[in-house]
Every structure is written in structure tokens, then in C-alpha cells.
Design a protein. Sequence first.
Length: 308
Amino acid sequence: MAFTAKDVAALREITGAGMMDCKKALTHTEGDMDKAAEYLREQGISVAAKKASRIASEGVVMAYTSEDGRQGSLVELNCESDFVARGEGFVSLAEDIAKQVVAIKPASNEELLDSKIGDRTVSELITATTAKTGEKVSFRRFAYQHAAKEEAYIHMGGKIGVLLEVDTDKDVNSNEEFNTMCHDIAMHIAAMSPSYLYNEEVPAADVEHEKEILRIQQANDPKNAKKPPEVLEKMIVGRLGKFYKEVCLIDQEFVKDSSLTIRQLVEKVGKSVGAKITLKKFTRFVMGEGLEKRNENFAEEIAKMSAK
């Protein structure tokens, strides 16, 4: 049974396993979704991946860009409940930290936490917020980028954040079409979750792994039995194109217009505004990704209270 990229995405959503592992499982089970999920569990992949990427703490991802649009930051600030994460004080602290990243350009979390906003360090402000909310508040990570254009996009009220770095051979930051393109690409990254910007960035080991999957698929297809090796290899090269489109931003179909790839969109807007536009880098944060979330059942909670 053949399977599609949508099947891989669906299995990934169900199990929390990585895309490569999901492809391998579907290949092993000839596209049977239930058997593929069971295979991942048997291999210990589903449980580990689910803990790493699905069980998450609360908090917010916040972005900030400088007034000239040439510097930008993403930060993740965590707490214990969604109620606190939506609170004005918590959100304000995240905003202040995002601005601080652009202001001082720290090299590490430690440097950022030791820096002062007003008369208190960032670390002291976090401690004060912990005392005020009654919840543990912790700073997790930040990203800082600078280029001709930095576009920030926050999705789902701080659940996902994207920072896109764009270079141009002339200043077009005031051009509406250019700015719309940057915003739309950042939104696309939030929605489609590419792993890389260009094909050349994909690790060779990942490419070889994908080739091996394709070779197994070929071997399992009776139609390929009499085809010469050189023909089969050309087929693999062709099918690698689909793999690159899944993991690399530049050749993905634009989420707002599937008739265009991101590459074609950039070229189209570049011609329109009279500038050479180059996508240089992107950072994508998912709030709580990889963090363990406390999960106590109600009966246990009552028992603990009664024991006090």
C-alpha cells in the first residue's frame, strides 16, 4: 500500500515521532497507519518522541523587532499554568526580555539573566514574578538576528514564534509588497514547520537515510524488478525532490498560494520591487517543546491534601 506526505504527517501527529521514523514505519508496514503506530511503539520511538515534543510546560513565546526592522528577537518564558501565561504581568515581562535581547545582544542565557532592566536584573524580575504569581517562572531560551530585514510572527497567542532574516541589495523596508511577503513567509514557517531553509543545509546522513528508504520501497515494488540500477538511481534522485520540499522552506508550496513555491514568491516580489531578495535564516520556537508537564490526577491531589 502506497503512502503520501499527508500520511507521514498524520502518523507524526498521532505518535509524536520524527518524520524520518514515521516514514520508516510506514515503509515497514506498507502504509498501514495502525501497524506503523504499533511498530513505532515496539521500537520505543513513539514514547520517547512524545515525551520530548508533546508533553509541554505552559508559557509564552514573544518576539520583538527594532524600529528600523533590522534587528529581532524571540524569547520563551515558562510558567506552570495557562492562567498565569495569559496574565498581563507575565506577558509584559516576556516583552521586556525580548526587547532586552535586542538592546544588549547577549551571548548566553546567563549574560541575559544578569543584565539589568531598570534597577533590577532579568533574573530578579523573574524571581519577583514567581513570588507574585505563586508559580515557578523560568526563562528558557532566546534567539537574536540582524539583517537588512527581520520579520517576527507570533501564532496562537504565543504558542509558536518565528523570526525570519531577509537580505536585500537595496533598502526596500518601506515597500508594502516586500513587507507583506516577509510577513507571509514567516506565517508559512509557523504553519508548515520546515526544518531547513535550503537543500544544502540538510545533513548528508539524513539524505542517505531517505535514499535507503526509497531503495527499500523500490525493492518491494515488483514493477522495478527488471529495471537497470542506473534507472532506479535516477528515480531515487527524482523522488528526493519531494523529500526536500517537505523539510526545506525554499521549495515548499506557499501556504497562501499553492501555485507558487517560496522560491518563486521571493523571485516574483524581487522583480516587482526591483531588488535582489535572499532568505538568510529563520528561527522557529514552539512554546514548551521538549519540556515535561506536571500531570497529577485529582484523587492523588486530594490524598496529598488529606495527609497534611
